[in-house]
Design a protein around this ligand. Structure first.
Ligand code: HEC
Ligand code: HEC
Length: 366
């Protein structure tokens, strides 16, 4: 049940974090606190920013395919009672050392490199399970000489044209969408209020409670009826900001000034052109555009943690046209610890939405 509840929070959140622990209060950007200043028993991760500890822990859990309780006594994360926590501490030091010594300090080897989703890494190649020869992956082939090369700008422009063009997009400045989060055979109602260029709040309803996830153009926050709102860390807010983009097509080149082409690939059998880009703050994206239609079919967004990068994959489908602009009505969000779909059933453009709707509520009186 907790899993389900937290999935819905995730679903509502659509940001790269799990609402599992209460993140520490953030200091000013100038005096970012380190993990050891905020937490009680930090040795291996000394010097990492405190607001990246939770993300590091999520990366570790996902890499080993375990819950937090594999290493932690519930409610007492500082305790060293469990053996795996002690091993994990040595492993953190080992991993940082490998990267420092052999990969010039770049985060090339992570927990996942060896663990691959299991607490017990495999150290032998497996035997063959069948007598039909397994196909070996073909060596990458260079594109034929003289093949027409599409530039990143052309792909971005084709996307903009495919959704309806800048003029049509600029005629819409707010959009209210109603639909449902589909998860584990259940449907949870959700409403999304969005406003150009990048304000958004999603409100999901479960068991009489409302959960909100919002980005007000500058600050990201999550909250629920009656509870205190929590301001997102910079990394979380970076992802929320991207989700809040009213029209990615319109602002793609502005958001990612250094778009480059990636190796073409298929998404669900559809040939795609691929663009890659990085935002200040370490968020990187890979974008798959349908070669034919030009529409965005997939975004894989990764955020940096001190232990490795965490991916979120969003597939867009069911594009429909409203006021001359194509909008995907279905998106499936997948990450290492979960997956859900949002299906929009109702779209209304240019409905007045008060800016107060996106603002982080004041803490309720204590
Ligand atoms: C594979 C083992 C492992 C897993 C799984 C794990 N942790 Fe940790 N955790 C550690 C280790 C090791 C430390 C101490 C790091 C250090 O010494 O720098 C730590 C430290 C912490 C701390 C700091 C506690 C303090 O006050 O010193 C918190 C909070 C925490 N983990 C939360 C979590 C959460 C939440 C999860 C699940 C998402 C999780 N951890 C999953 C190994 C783990
Ligand atoms: C270079 C490969 C490698 C990397 C990288 C690595 N591990 Fe390991 N890890 C191992 C091996 C091998 C074992 C099993 C050791 C044994 O059998 O004694 C292990 C065992 C463990 C265990 C004990 C599991 C148990 O069942 O008690 C934990 C916990 C663990 N690793 C955590 C981590 C974490 C966290 C990271 C990333 C910070 C990490 N490991 C990175 C190779 C690796």
């Amino acid at each position: 049940m907790r899993r389900f509840a937290s999935m819905i929070l995730l679903a509502a959140a659509m940001v790269a974090t799990v609402a599992y622990t209460t993140p520490p209060a953030r200091g000013q950007a100038a005096d970012v606190k380190t993990a050891e200043q905020v937490y009680k028993n930090i040795t291996a991760l000394k010097g990492t920013p405190a607001d990246q500890l939770t993300a590091s822990m999520q990366f570790i859990s996902a890499s080993l395919g375990v819950d937090c309780e594999f290493c932690h006594v519930q409610g007492k994360p500082e305790a060293d009672d469990k053996g795996p926590k002690k091993t994990a501490r040595e492993m953190i030091t080992m991993s940082l050392g490998i990267n420092k010594d052999s990969f010039r300090g770049q985060l090339r080897v992570t927990c996942f490199s060896c663990h691959r989703g299991s607490a017990n890494p495999v150290n032998m190649p497996p035997v063959q399970e069948s007598d039909t020869m397994a196909a070996r992956p073909a060596a990458p082939t260079a594109p034929p000489a003289g093949a027409a090369t599409v530039t990143p700008d052309q792909i971005a422009d084709k996307y903009l044209t495919a959704v309806g063009g800048a003029d049509a997009i600029k005629r819409i400045n707010s959009r209210v969408m109603k639909g449902a989060i589909l998860f584990g055979g259940n449907e949870t109602p959700i409403e999304l209020y969005t406003k150009a260029p990048n304000k958004r709040v999603s409100v999901s309803h479960m068991g009489g409670r409302e959960s909100m996830t919002a980005f007000d153009g500058t600050v990201g926050w999550t909250g629920s009826t009656g509870g205190a709102a929590h301001q997102m860390s910079e990394a979380e807010a970076g992802s929320a900001a991207l989700d809040a983009e009213f029209s990615l097509a319109l602002r793609l080149k502005e958001l990612f000034p250094q778009l480059r082409r990636g190796r073409p690939e298929q998404v669900n059998g559809v040939d795609c052109d691929v663009l890659q880009g990085t935002r200040p703050g370490g968020i990187a994206v890979r974008l798959d555009f349908d070669k034919q239609s030009g529409l965005l079919l997939r975004m894989v967004r990764t955020t940096a943690t001190p232990m490795g990068r965490m991916p979120v994959q969003i597939d867009y489908a069911d594009y429909r046209e409203f006021d001359g602009v194509k909008v995907p009505l279905r998106w499936t969000l997948a990450r290492p610890n979960g997956r859900f779909t949002i299906q929009i059933k109702d779209v209304q453009d240019n409905v007045p939405v008060d800016d107060a709707k996106f603002a982080k509520p004041a803490d309720p009186a204590k």
